[in-house]
Design a protein around this ligand. Structure first.
Ligand code: 2HG
Ligand code: ZN
Length: 412
């Protein structure tokens, strides 16, 4: 494991790796879920957490430059001290690093309002597999229309083209107020109807989907009384943020929805909001407490969400009988997480069946976690031969010796 403290040291590592034909696996906070940061065949781990510089917040342009090893929570605090916020948030905020989040184009909880990581990256510095250091728009020019979008290309490249060392990011004014609500509805179709109405709220910045089975497992695991009693078949966790009349916006949407929403719990203070979010954010850890978790992270067109959820449970039950199943996720983006907990390593093909269903319904086999090593065999079906050839050509140009995260994203 090498722990470089500067971009120059990363470049030196890449040069050595080229000379000695050694694969490099970049690592940040190790919160990835598709094996993209795990060495498998004697590669050298490049741990980037020492690149933890927090640059000064530029309050005129609402931007900041941070090192790849800065955690999301540290960035959030740093922006907060200047009265600003960072657009992307996710449950792994205390551990996930900005470099890893850029490399995987991480999504999270506010994508429906602000987009994923790629939308926040104005510029970056990276060491390519050639050993070249590229500084692409390091000053964060909003307009720099001079050729290929290298930050956009490296974002989501999962360490296969080079190693991101620092990033120039957009920030936002911190919202004056936040309102969180859990809305109980009769099923996924009603949740999609509720989302359509909630989109009329100017402050909408999160809309998450929870199902009764998952909420019951979370309640049992955490020893909490149900947030809505009785537990509804399905719930939408909504958050509005901004400086408008958020409770008024929410109330107007609930009026328009009428009987679609069966029960409501609302919090307009931080502690109350955190209590409601716990029901959502605990899902992955609750799954982990039930066995070895096999994960699918799929995008589904919103119109196909109800049939997808209907079909998932029997599909999984047929392949992994009796295995606890949690289906939850980012309703606003049509991004669902399917967690199947089994006693042993084998999921009996449950995840593959879920991914095939997502593809059949016009979705994606990876919404926000990337391809890593876990989904490599699905890339061709998802993207097609011409796109995969194009990606391989880019890889060959920027990583001619194949030392950058070998076996990840593209077949080795
Ligand atoms: C989330 O939204 C994360 O909680 C993790 O993307 C999902 O562990 C999972 O399957
Ligand atoms: Zn997620």
């Amino acid at each position: 494991v090498l722990r470089p403290g500067s971009t120059a040291e990363v470049a030196a590592i890449v040069r050595l790796a080229r000379t000695h034909h050694v694969g490099l696996v970049p690592q940040g906070g190790n919160t990835g879920l598709v094996g993209g940061g795990v060495p498998r065949a004697g590669e050298v781990v490049v741990d980037l957490r020492r690149l933890a510089r927090l640059g000064p917040v530029d309050t005129a342009s609402l931007q900041v430059t941070v090192g790849a090893g800065v955690t999301l929570a540290a960035l959030q605090r740093h922006a907060g001290h200047a009265g600003l916020a960072f657009a992307v948030d996710l449950g792994a905020r205390d551990t996930a690093t900005i470099g890893g989040m850029v490399a995987t184009n991480a999504g999270g909880l506010h994508v429906l309002r602000h987009g994923a990581m790629r939308a926040q990256v104005l510029g970056l510095e990276a060491v390519l597999g050639t050993g070249d250091i590229v500084a692409a728009n390091p000053t964060g020019l909003v307009k720099d229309n001079t050729g290929y979008d290298l930050p956009g290309l490296l974002c989501g490249s999962e360490g296969t083209l080079g190693i991101v060392t620092s990033v120039r990011l957009r920030l936002l004014p911190a919202p004056a107020r936040v309102v969180t609500a859990l809305l109980g509805v009769d099923g996924v179709a009603a949740a999609v109807d509720a989302l359509a109405e909630l989109r009329g709220c100017a402050g909408l910045h999160a809309a998450e989907l929870l199902l009764a089975d998952g909420m019951a497992l979370v309640g049992r695991h955490l020893g909490l009384p149900p947030p809505l009693d009785p537990l509804p078949p399905c719930a939408v966790l909504v958050e509005l943020a901004g400086d408008g009349d958020l409770l008024g916006q929410l109330g107007a949407a609930l009026d328009r929805l009428g009987p679609v929403v069966r029960a409501t719990a609302v919090a307009d203070d931080e502690a109350g909001g955190a209590r409601l979010w716990r029901w959502r954010e605990a899902h992955p850890e609750v799954a982990a407490a039930h066995g070895i978790v096999h994960k699918a992270d799929v995008s589904i067109p919103l119109t196909e969400l109800p049939p997808f959820v209907d079909q998932v449970a029997p599909l999984v039950a047929a392949r992994a009988p009796g295995a606890p199943l949690l289906v939850y996720g980012h309703l606003g983006d049509g991004n669902l997480h399917v967690n199947v907990a089994t006693a042993g390593d084998d999921d009996g093909g449950a995840v593959d069946a879920v991914l095939a269903l997502a593809l059949d319904l016009g979705g994606s086999v990876s919404a926000e976690h990337g391809i890593g090593v876990a989904k490599v065999s699905w890339l061709l079906r998802q993207r097609g031969a011409a796109a995969v050839r194009t990606m391989a050509a880019l890889k060959a140009a920027l990583d001619p010796d194949g030392i950058c995260n070998p076996g990840v994203l593209l077949p080795a």
